[in-house]
Design a protein around this ligand. Structure first.
Ligand SMILES: O=C(CO)[C@H](O)[C@H](O)COP(=O)(O)O
Length: 215
């Protein structure tokens, strides 16, 4: 059964506590928290102090996606703020292996995200070290974008790579996920769906999460 991780980026920031309670009461599995620095991506979202506050209400694992340069400078702070999983970007990490070891040494799970233009083949060496690969299905930085269909090929290829190596790495997909495309994304091999707009812009977010779980 795949997991669903609502992205709070699309929630009403004036009512974040309500959004967290809604996720707690829903069939969602994780909270997905997008951190943007205005350098690696052309947008700024929120940082560890907001995550610390979210963590006081959130009753499910917090999956922190760092869209920032030099993530190694901050991973310990994000763990202290309450991160259960930390994902860094392949494109932001010249010393990726070191960053992954750093995250794991904190006793939490480690992931690598790849942008739409980054091939999954670039993960061959690091894959055995990873708990999760996050395939971005939009260019990171903003919610509400259209799913890039080339992502399907990347998911299928990565699923085969993971299978051939006998690993149990999660494949998380993020960006433009809707109730309509969620089924094909899972069939291609994804087992974690991140959804922002589809959940928080829906008239009934709890029902939207249930639909994403049932595909
Ligand atoms: O990482 C992200 C943007 O960089 C968001 O998690 C992602 O875009 C989700 O938003 P939506 O479901 O609205 O596309």
């Amino acid at each position: 059964m795949h997991l669903v991780a609502p992205s709070l980026l699309a929630a009403d920031f004036l009512h974040l506590e309500d959004a967290c309670r809604l996720v707690n009461e829903s069939k969602a599995d994780w909270f997905h928290l997008d951190v943007m620095d205005g350098r690696f991506v052309p947008n700024i979202s929120y940082g560890m102090s907001i995550i610390e506050q979210i963590r006081t209400v959130a009753q499910k694992p917090c999956d922190v996606h760092l869209m920032i340069e030099e993530p190694g400078r901050y991973v310990a702070d994000f763990k202290a703020a309450g991160a259960d999983h930390i994902t860094v970007h392949w494109e932001a990490c010249p010393h990726l292996h070191r960053n992954i070891q750093q995250i794991k040494s904190l006793g939490i799970t480690a992931g690598v995200a790849i942008n739409p233009a980054t091939p999954v083949d670039f993960l061959t060496s690091i894959l055995p070290e990873l708990d999760l690969v996050l395939i971005m299905s939009v260019n990171p930085g903003f919610g509400g974008q259209t799913f890039i269909s080339h992502t399907f090929q990347k998911i299928r290829k990565l699923r085969k790579m993971i299978h051939d190596l006998g690993l149990h790495t999660h494949i998380e997909v993020d960006g433009g996920i809707s109730v309509e495309n969620a089924g094909p994304i899972v069939q291609a091999g994804a087992d974690v769906l991140v959804a922002g707009s589809t959940v928080f812009h829906a008239p009934d977010p709890v029902a939207a999460i249930a639909k994403l779980k049932s595909v």
